[in-house]
Design a binder for this molecule. Sequence first.
Ligand SMILES: CC(C)(COP(=O)(O)OP(=O)(O)OC[C@H]1O[C@@H](n2cnc3c(N)ncnc32)[C@H](O)[C@@H]1OP(=O)(O)O)[C@@H](O)C(=O)NCCC(=O)NCCS
Length: 169
Amino acid sequence: MVTIRAATVADQARIQAIVRAARINPRALGWQHFMVANSPDGAVVGVGQVKEHRQGTREIASIAVTPSHMKMGIAALLIDALVAREAGDLFLYCERGLSHFYRRFGFLELSGDHLVPADLLHEVKLARFAMRVIRLIRRSELQLVVMRRLAERHPATFRAMLPPPADSP
Ligand SMILES: CC(C)(COP(=O)(O)OP(=O)(O)OC[C@H]1O[C@@H](n2cnc3c(N)ncnc32)[C@H](O)[C@@H]1OP(=O)(O)O)[C@@H](O)C(=O)NCCC(=O)NCCS
């Protein structure tokens, strides 16, 4: 069985190796922000983090699983564990083809950059630039989308936001 746990300093090199092999953003990979997935033999086979940006925006990032362990639900376990530690709204950006995967966890695509917090938008613009270069080299049609997951409100607070039922006095 795969287990998910908070990373320790001993995981730093493995986190970097998995993220680099996955060819996703190799910057800001401090182990303090990561959770990792251990296979039954103890090897780290998946990683993911929540990054905090300059003005406090929190972003799920660096989700990566080693090729030998893909399609076993490990990314889903990591995302569930990362989300469970968060109290507020979360963002992420990903290639459009992956957005349906993140919708399963409550993330929805933002319809425009005006909805993206400024501190995250800075990073998204850098990523789009890198993507344009990759598109030229690989002649692929990759496109980035930004997604947001609203924090779960306390049920009583949420009920107070709803209009009263039609038959109420
Ligand atoms: C994306 C990734 C993290 C998924 O890990 P995983 O442990 O295999 O994921 P799970 O087993 O929990 O779920 C598999 C789902 O991944 C999705 N998926 C994986 N790669 C995908 C791709 N290239 N395009 C679209 N969907 C993809 C599928 O929706 C699949 O869902 P399915 O079960 O309906 O087929 C893994 O493929 C990976 O490490 N990729 C390289 C790094 C990367 O792209 N990270 C995401 C950065 S936003």
